[in-house]
Design a protein around this ligand. Structure first.
Ligand SMILES: Cc1cc2nc3c(=O)[nH]c(=O)nc-3n(C[C@H](O)[C@H](O)[C@H](O)COP(=O)(O)O)c2cc1C
Length: 163
C-alpha cells in the first residue's frame, strides 16, 4: 500500500501534522507550494488569502515532486481559509482528478473547521474517504497531545485498510 501525504501550509501547523502522519507510517509527502504565496506574517495574509479562498482562485503551483497517481492511500491536509480549504487545492483539483483512492482528510483551523471536509469531499466523489480529523492551531495548543492524537488516528486508518 503506497501512501502519500499531500498538504499546503502557510504558517506551519498543517506541515507539522502532515510530517507527523508521514513519519508515523513511513509514507511519502508532497507539499503544495504556490509560486507566489501570500505573506505569512501580518494582517495582509487574511485579506489576500481570504480573497483567494472566497473567489476560489487557483494560484500557480511550483512543480509537484510526486505523482498522486502512483499512490493507493492519500492523506489530504489544509488550513481552513474563509471556512474552506486553502486555494492551492483549487489548483490541484483543476489539474487532476483524485479517483479510486482511499483518502483521509485533515485540517487545521484557528476557530472552527467550517466546511473544509464537506468541500474536500465534493472533489473526491470517485474515491473513498476513510477518515477526517481537525486540529485547532496545533503548534500553539498542546503540540505533543496533537502529535499523539494524529499518530493514533493515522495508524488506526492504515491498520484498518491493511486488514
Ligand atoms: C487567509 C486565512 C484565512 C483563515 N480563515 C480561517 C477560518 O475561516 N476559520 C478558522 O477557524 N481559521 C481560519 N484561519 C486560521 C488558520 O486556519 C489556522 O491558523 C491554521 O492552523 C493555520 O494553518 P497553517 O499554519 O498550516 O497555515 C485563517 C488563516 C488565514 C491565513
Amino acid at each position: 500500500m503506497r501512501t502519500l501525504v499531500v498538504y499546503y501550509s502557510l504558517e506551519g501547523n498543517t506541515r507539522f501534522i502532515a510530517e507527523t502522519i508521514a513519519r508515523s507510517i513511513n509514507g511519502d509527502i508532497l507539499e503544495l507550494k504556490p509560486e507566489k504565496d501570500v505573506p505569512s506574517k501580518g494582517f495582509l495574509k487574511f485579506i489576500l488569502g481570504g480573497k483567494q479562498a472566497v473567489f476560489k482562485e487557483r494560484p500557480k503551483l511550483k512543480n509537484l515532486e510526486k505523482n498522486i497517481e502512483d499512490y493507493d492511500v492519500i492523506f489530504l491536509g489544509s488550513p481552513v481559509w474563509a471556512g474552506t480549504f486553502a486555494p492551492a487545492f483549487n489548483t490541484l483539483f483543476s489539474k487532476m482528478k483524485i479517483e479510486n483512492k482511499k483518502v483521509a482528510l485533515f485540517g487545521c483551523y484557528g476557530g472552527q473547521s467550517g466546511k473544509i471536509f464537506e468541500n474536500f469531499k465534493k472533489y473526491l466523489t470517485k474515491s473513498t474517504v476513510v477518515g477526517e480529523i481537525g486540529f485547532k492551531d496545533p503548534l500553539k495548543n498542546d503540540k505533543e497531545l496533537n502529535e499523539n492524537r494524529v499518530e493514533k488516528w493515522t495508524k488506526n486508518i492504515v491498520n484498518k485498510l491493511q486488514s
